[in-house]
Design a protein around this ligand. Structure first.
Ligand code: SIN
Ligand code: MN
Length: 264
């Protein structure tokens, strides 16, 4: 799938693009079945809430490791997902990490306002030539803890961040007073909602957050975070593990667009 000139201009302006119903319900069904299988795995790649439920499932895109999944490996290589990533990163890309985030019905907790590059700059990635492709694995509303994106906020550049420890995953987030200031000076955040299969591509400096899941259904999203091959991290002394900062920086090849359902 090739982004049009208008879509590329929109990405430049807003820092994100939404693709309603990009993946079919049949593809989503295959991926959801995989999520059900993966949630039983006990490994470092499966980050759990203090209560034991899954918060994030990492590294589902590779052919090896405890959380390997053929359908998710196929998903990241589809032209629908990978070609727009290559376009916005202006060349070869690789997967920095994949994570499937859960938000259980009634209990699923927020993700604080942050820029993904708050963390990735600390991993040693030299520039912000990075982006994430989010695919909704169930219908998502504001009420079920969908993302909010602050349009145009990637143009603020990298903001100072502090580590939020209020949830089970330590996240570099924007300090409260700074975020209040930014929100007051910005257009309203956009709630990113849609049917299962909807895709969202966003710049690593765009401010985003998500709220509580107050609905009756679990919310499942996959985040395929990508880096330009030319921007691989200069790793420091204690780099984060490979499942969150991939060392596989070979250019990801575009493969069969129909491979997700074939991998079932
Ligand atoms: C993220 O921004 O990394 C996750 C947000 C979410 O799952 O709602
Ligand atoms: Mn994020």
């Amino acid at each position: 799938m090739e982004l049009t000139a208008a879509q590329r201009a929109q990405y430049e302006r807003d820092g994100f693009l939404i693709f309603p119903n990009l993946f079919s319900q049949a593809e989503v069904a295959v991926l959801r079945q995989e999520v059900a299988r993966l949630t039983d795995i006990r490994a470092d790649e499966v980050v759990r809430e203090h209560t034991g439920g899954v918060k994030s499932l990492f590294r589902v895109h590779e052919g090896d490791g405890p959380t390997a999944s053929a359908p998710f490996r196929a998903l990241v290589r589809t032209p629908r997902l990978l070609r727009p990533v290559q376009q916005v990163l202006s060349g070869d890309a690789y997967v920095y990490h994949t994570k499937i985030n859960a938000k259980p019905a009634i209990e699923g907790t927020p993700w604080m306002w942050h820029q993904d590059y708050n963390s990735w700059s600390k991993d040693g990635c030299p520039t912000s030539n990075m982006a994430t492709f989010n695919v909704m694995l169930n219908d998502t509303s504001e009420f079920s803890g969908g993302l909010y994106i602050l349009p145009g906020s990637h143009k603020l550049g990298l903001l100072e961040s502090v580590q939020d420890t209020s949830t089970s995953y330590k996240l570099w987030s924007i300090p409260k007073q700074k975020m209040i200031e930014v929100l007051r000076a910005s257009p309203p955040p956009v709630p990113v909602v849609g049917r299962a299969g909807t895709g969202v591509l966003f710049h690593c400096n765009v401010l985003h957050a998500s709220g509580h899941n107050l609905s009756a259904e679990d919310r499942w999203h996959i985040y395929v975070s990508c880096n330009a091959v030319a921007n691989k991290p200069i790793l420091g002394e204690n780099p984060r593990p490979d499942w969150v900062v991939s060392r596989n920086w070979y250019p990801l090849p575009i493969e069969d667009d129909g491979a997700v359902t074939k991998a079932a």
